[in-house]
Design a protein around this ligand. Structure first.
Ligand SMILES: [Zn+2]
Length: 289
């Protein structure tokens, strides 16, 4: 999966540090990130030195005096985000690309870094003011938290749990396609956890809502952080409850849903998504029982 980095883990612990010239800065404008994609599809992000020069030349705005904010460390490099909506670069190799469409294996680590930086950027920009009293918030010095100096509200990063569900019926797996989305490949039933419900209840509810099937034997597989939706995906398998496998499609959510046999699945592991890994694991008959 995208987060399985060959050199280890993303060092996500908060550190209160200032940038050095060679540190990486991920710059966002709307939902797009500024990057250099070469002919081999490799992604490259600019250094603090480069970004500072572009910001000065092209009058980039920032939310306050701090121009950048430390986010994490990866592969012996410190990553920061531009603290505001970024402007034009002065280097024609760099262009803005939609973070939500970004998923690839060539620069898997950079791709994961951009998606995670986006999750934080989106949270920071939505919490520049206190939602309780309206005052300007300040970054805490010790942890990743925005604090209101007026009413003392503490605001922590928001992570939304959601499920990916592999519904099985003997040697068959249920695959579906979204309706009205730019992502048109095969997927599985998915949805966000609602307030006041357990994740197992989310699994049963989403399957009932989207395809009208009752399920049992709900069992956990793995998780995947998915920064572009601010989510944490929790992968579960479950079995059809009973023998009636008739699908009643929610046409607002799905374009199609169909049972596929274990030896003839139309989608394969792409090394990126939890959904695809779960399809492969089912194909190999290795799903938890
Ligand atoms: Zn406040």
């Amino acid at each position: 999966m995208l987060q399985d980095l060959e050199y280890g883990r993303l060092e996500n612990e908060f550190r209160n540090i200032l940038p050095a010239e060679e540190d990486i800065v991920v710059c966002f404008r709307g939902s797009s990130a500024l990057l250099d994609r070469n002919d081999q599809d490799e992604l490259h992000l600019p250094s603090y030195g480069e970004v500072l020069a572009w910001a000065e030349a092209n009058h980039w705005e920032s939310w306050n005096g701090n121009k950048v904010q430390y986010v994490f460390r990866m592969q012996d490099k410190n990553y920061f985000i531009w603290w505001g909506e970024a402007g034009e670069s002065a280097d024609p190799a760099y262009a803005y690309e939609d973070t939500r469409m970004l998923r690839q294996l060539v620069s898997k680590n950079i791709c994961y870094a951009i998606m995670t930086a986006w999750h934080l950027f989106d949270w920071y920009r939505s919490n520049r003011f206190c939602g309780r009293c309206g005052a300007k918030t300040q970054h805490d010095a010790k942890e990743r938290m925005m604090r209101c100096p007026q009413c003392n509200q503490m605001i922590f990063p928001k992570i939304a749990p959601s499920v990916i569900v592999g519904v099985t019926h003997g040697d068959y797996l249920l695959l579906s396609k979204y309706a009205n989305r730019s992502y048109t490949r095969y997927g599985m039933i998915a949805g966000f956890t609602e307030i006041g419900e357990t994740v197992e209840e989310t699994v049963a509810r989403e399957v009932m809502e989207e395809v009208g099937l009752k399920v049992k034997n709900i069992r956990y597989y793995k998780t995947q952080p998915w920064g572009v939706t601010g989510g944490l995906l929790l992968g579960y398998y479950c079995d059809l409850d009973g023998e009636d496998d008739t699908i009643t499609l929610d046409r607002e959510e799905l374009a199609m849903a169909e049972w596929f046999p274990r030896n003839d699945l139309p989608a394969h592991d792409d090394g990126i998504s939890l959904t695809r890994e779960m399809i492969r694991v089912f194909e190999e008959g290795k799903e938890p029982q």
